[in-house]
Design a protein. Structure first.
Length: 163
């Protein structure tokens, strides 16, 4: 059997940071205020208080202290709370990559999909956002309305995976 643990994480404040206009100016304001650059597409970045995970060209998922982000965006974007609509699921153990290949269309087994990487994909007909924490851990952000079905699918698949 392939080792993988599936854990629903406790609810946490999640926001979407979205830039509509003046992306270069927003990026400069962000770096000046936060001390690090906005993460590139498919990457995450942050510090102990704030983590941004980029899944789309002008959209980041934000975990942590958002108190300065409204000023950074000004009139050039929006910061939207999405906590109630997302379930965070942690896949851990050396088999998390194999599990993501079940019903998925994304190559989770690629060595390029490493710590700090992110991806938006479809798994078992569900939109899923993935964030690699380290070699043995990946967090999945799943719409609440589909979370129970996907959890069931993953638990069934995990029971039949063989290394």
């Amino acid at each position: 059997m392939t080792e993988v643990t599936i854990t629903t994480l406790p609810a946490a404040p999640l926001h979407v940071f979205e830039i509509w206009n003046n992306a270069v100016a927003v990026a400069k304001r962000f770096k000046a205020a936060m001390g690090f650059a906005l993460p590139a597409t498919g990457r995450s970045g942050g510090n102990d208080a704030l983590r941004l995970i980029r899944f789309e060209p002008t959209v980041w998922l934000v975990e942590g202290d958002i108190s300065s982000l409204g000023d950074v965006l000004a009139e050039d974007g929006a910061l939207t709370a999405i906590s109630g609509g997302i379930v965070r699921i942690r896949l851990s153990g050396k088999g998390w990559r194999t599990l993501l290949m079940e019903g998925g269309v994304f190559d989770a087994e690629s060595p390029d999909f490493a710590a700090g990487c992110s991806a938006a994909t479809i798994i078992d007909h569900v939109n899923v956002r993935l964030h690699v924490i380290d070699e043995t851990t990946c967090d999945a952000y799943v719409p609440l309305s589909f979370s129970q079905g996907l959890l069931h699918f993953w638990r069934q698949a995990a029971g039949s995976l063989v290394e």
